[in-house]
Design a protein around this ligand. Structure first.
Ligand SMILES: O=C[C@H](O)[C@H](O)[C@H](O)COP(=O)(O)O
Length: 225
């Protein structure tokens, strides 16, 4: 199976977690794109009253299949949030934000009772950090935050928008530093330490609020833990 086929397979397995859930939390990325496509054709789509979306791209996609998008301020806590990840460990800690949606993803994950993480097998790691860690920053704090990240042993690079040649701007009007070569021994402590730097909105470690269920598309099957 190709990586994309594995993503579709794991998205299919995630559908069962959305049955009988009136308001769903929806992540961002190519695995979630498969999930929304599958939702469009599933037999319980009309039972879904609405979704809280983690990005502009997901919002557009949900609306295109007829699912109303609601604000988290209107809904209160959610039963289920489904999202992909760039890396996930056997302890269900994740590194996310390759698609730039980390802050809204972390807010919705924090407001959800169950986080279902859906990945293909290439995302499974023992130690987080081979994938560069996204850190969303207020633009005015970019250089200061970058210097602190260097002191922590990382090599931050400002994410660029390949189409415009300018810096990449998130849905929140902020910028992203992708940090290479961080030695993430304790993901919880690293998550807290980076979030303590003034000017950081959040970072892509999901260790304080990790996943409740991880579904992995592996070969011809989906493994759950
Ligand atoms: O900001 C993006 C998200 O954290 C995604 O969940 C993550 O990058 C995984 O995306 P994909 O499903 O495309 O591999």
């Amino acid at each position: 199976m190709t990586q994309d086929e594995l993503k579709k397979q794991v998205a299919q397995a995630a559908l069962q977690y959305l049955k009988n859930v009136p308001i769903i939390g929806m992540g961002t990325g190519s695995t979630v794109t498969h999930l929304i496509n599958l939702l469009a054709d599933c037999d319980f789509k009309n039972d879904i009253e609405g979704a809280v979306s983690s990005s502009g791209k997901t919002t557009e996609h949900l609306r295109s299949i007829g699912i109303p998008v609601l604000e988290l301020n209107q809904t209160g806590d959610l039963e289920v949030y489904v999202d992909g990840a760039d890396e996930v460990t056997p302890h269900k800690k994740m590194l996310k934000g390759g698609g730039g949606a980390l802050t809204r993803e972390k807010i919705i994950a924090g407001a959800s009772k169950k986080f279902v993480c859906i990945v293909d097998e290439t995302k499974c790691v023992d130690i987080l950090g081979k994938f560069p860690l996204p850190v969303e920053v207020l633009p005015l704090s970019r250089s200061f935050v970058a210097r602190q990240l260097v002191k922590m042993g990382g090599q931050p690079e400002l994410r660029m928008n390949k189409e415009t040649g300018a810096s990449y701007i998130t849905d929140n009007g902020c910028e992203i530093l992708d940090v290479y070569n961080l030695n993430i021994v304790d993901p919880v402590e690293m998550e807290k330490a980076i979030n303590n730097i003034p000017g950081v909105i959040t970072n892509g470690l999901f260790a304080l609020r990790d996943a409740d269920v991880v579904l992995v598309g592996k070969g011809s099957e989906v493994i759950s833990y």
